[in-house]
Ligand binder design. Structure first.
Ligand SMILES: Cc1cc2nc3c(=O)[nH]c(=O)nc-3n(C[C@H](O)[C@H](O)[C@H](O)COP(=O)(O)OP(=O)(O)OC[C@H]3O[C@@H](n4cnc5c(N)ncnc54)[C@H](O)[C@@H]3O)c2cc1C
Length: 459
């Protein structure tokens, strides 16, 4: 296994990275990329073991609900994203493997060889899925530019060459492998677009244009979460990139593009959603209760109503994820997959209502969310006494109240908050994708049968 320093060193491999108009040679030292690298390095150190066969828990492919829960509990400890994206790639490949084997048996062998390779070499992966897509209503071949969806542009006996761009790819700049999945189902004639593979980030022809919500503010107390938990998203440009045969998991079998796209979507929604359900919503309730108590209004009937709405939201999210695991299915290879229906419905429910829950928190917490003086003001000897007088309440000191409000602003109304609001709706496909998957997986015939029986319609 790698240590954190081994990992840092491994990123100095000539990869072509850009951020804010500049080329970056070493992401470990760049102010906007460094935190993601440090968090990933901390995860390496946390799980490092010199024992032969030891590996990061991200690479556990669960075969039971208990294994799945134990795995998730280990993954959500450190504030680290690359382990989650790596896990999502591996789990999605493992879920799709038996179906892909129906197209070509070697796809399954290559997938398990690849999983073994990244697990043994302790490498991290990025979920490289979302195409540029151009005009959303046009199919890949109907676009003015045929590269709006990544495609195979050439081939030889040893492999294929691909061109296109995958957008918004989380931690692409700070991992080792770009695991490429088709963005959606493909049709006959779109064989060049039905392609899945993995290549190292430093492969010639790969360029990554990065963006990050990492705050510039030198005082981390103003951005208590986003200063410690931030990660880059990148446009990953592929310009005639060579992929060797043993790293190709799909090449032209259009009827199987959806196996990969749906499997990735399922695990992406499960990974993110699982984390929200385990902590995020309960923390939102806690923030609202603390703010209400500090303002002396926690026992007001109107506030209690609002708090109960937050509590129901938190509880229903947990219930949805529990149901997804209780209705999990095993594929032919024994790999467990949570219920697609429950995961998509729960992800949709979270995405649809999360901003409304944040509104409730802001309503209860008041204008201090936006206007709390910063901690440097509180440090100033002339201002501290004034702020103590204005902000101290029977349940909370002025200092803790400022900390509480900076946390609320950063996570719901500023850097991390903006990122997470958009991510909650978009990651794992937008709301449209959750609706589509729900309609596909819901037992409509059963529902109709129940209605027919109730009404007394026969025949
Ligand atoms: C912070 C963040 C991190 C992300 N990380 C990753 C990552 O690691 N890997 C990755 O692959 N992706 C990632 N994504 C991308 C994410 O998966 C996409 O944003 C999501 O799938 C939606 O795609 P889109 O943004 O292109 O929106 P679109 O699909 O363009 O949707 C925009 C709107 O257009 C509508 N629309 C789309 N198609 C049609 C149509 N044919 N007809 C009518 N209406 C249509 C939609 O319903 C929606 O209302 C990330 C996104 C964010 C915000």
């Amino acid at each position: 296994m790698k240590t954190g320093d081994d990992y840092r060193q491994s990123l100095r491999d000539g990869r072509s990275l850009f951020i804010e108009g500049e080329r970056v040679d070493d992401p470990a030292t760049h102010p906007l990329l460094k935190t993601a690298v440090d968090n990933c390095a901390a995860n390496y150190d946390l799980y490092y073991s010199p024992e032969p066969g030891a590996h990061n828990p991200a690479y556990i492919i669960p075969r039971s609900k208990e294994e799945a829960e134990a795995r998730l509990a280990r993954l959500i400890g450190p504030a680290e994203i690359a382990a989650t994206t790596s896990a999502t790639c591996v789990l999605a490949l493992g879920s799709a493997a038996p179906e892909l084997a129906k197209a070509r048996p070697e796809y399954r062998t290559r997938i398990y060889d690849f999983i073994d390779y990244v697990r043994t070499n302790d490498l991290r992966c990025a979920e490289t899925v979302t195409d540029a897509k151009g005009n959303r209503k046009l199919r890949p071949l109907e676009q003015d530019d045929p590269d709006m969806y990544l495609r195979v542009v050439d081939r030889n006996a040893d492999g294929i060459f691909v061109t296109g761009c995958k957008m918004h790819i989380t931690v692409a700049a700070t991992v080792h492998e770009l695991v490429v999945f088709p963005t959606k189902a493909m049709k006959k004639g779109e064989e060049a677009y039905a392609v899945s593979f993995s290549v190292p980030v430093n492969t010639p022809g790969v360029t990554i244009i990065n963006t990050s919500y990492a705050p510039y503010d030198a005082d981390a107390r103003h951005f208590p979460v986003s200063s410690k938990t931030n990660s880059p998203e990148g446009f990953v440009v592929f310009d005639n990139v060579f992929v060797p045969n043993d790293r190709i998991f799909l090449d032209g079998e259009v009827e199987h593009a959806s196996d990969l796209a749906y499997a990735l979507g399922l695990w992406e929604r499960t990974g993110g959603g699982g984390i929200y359900a385990s902590e995020g919503e309960d923390r939102l309730v806690g923030l609202a209760v603390l703010a209400a108590e500090a303002a002396g209004i926690a026992d007001e009937p109107g506030i209690r109503d609002k708090l109960s709405t937050l509590m129901m939201f938190a509880t229903m999210n947990k219930a949805g994820h529990d149901a997804a695991w209780s209705n999990a299915v095993q594929n032919e290879d024994g790999n467990l997959m949570p219920s697609t229906l429950y995961i998509s419905a729960t992800k949709y429910y979270h995405a649809e209502f999360n901003d409304r829950m944040v509104d409730i928190l802001h309503d209860i917490a008041g204008a201090l969310v936006a206007n709390a003086p910063n901690m440097a003001d509180y440090d100033h000897p002339k201002l501290r006494g004034i702020l103590d007088t204005l902000l101290t309440t029977p349940t909370m000191s002025a200092e803790n109240r400022l900390k509480l409000y900076h946390y609320i602003r950063d996570t719901t109304a500023d850097a991390y908050g903006g990122w997470s609001s958009v991510t909650g709706k978009q990651a794992g496909g937008g709301l449209f994708a959750q609706r589509l998957v729900t309609i596909r997986n819901y037992d409509i015939e059963h529902a109709k049968e129940l209605a027919r029986k109730a009404v007394g319609i026969t025949g």
